[in-house]
Design a protein. Sequence first.
Length: 150
Amino acid sequence: MNKKGFTLIELLVVIAIIGLLSTLAVVALGSARKKANDSKRLSDVKQVQTALELYYTDKNAYPIAVAPAKNLGDATHACLNTDGFAATGCANPYMGLVPAGPGTGEYYTYVTDATGSTYTISVTLEAGAGNFSAGVVNATPSGMTQPPAA
């Protein structure tokens, strides 16, 4: 007797293999999503740094935002114009839309000294990107650095 088809055991083995491969793919994609978000965070901060340098060239100071730190990209710091960060309606903007983080309610923190001679933008990376590992990265006029792990 010549039977065509698959046995129940063969089908179960194939389904188990497909399930294992799909689980591995989902885990790998989760890691890739975190790295993509971290790359966006670093790119956003570099764009803000460029706009701040243009501002500094014109004003000889950075927009003043002493402690507590300001959340870039929130409702009151949505654009950067000649008067500093503003909510909306920036005339002559250095940056028409200040980016917020890729997560819901996620913002980059910005703080300066009282004179506006320097600034620090802090961002937290989930998985790490570029030359940075997961954790806090600080952007200053001299570049981006990561504090040593505690």
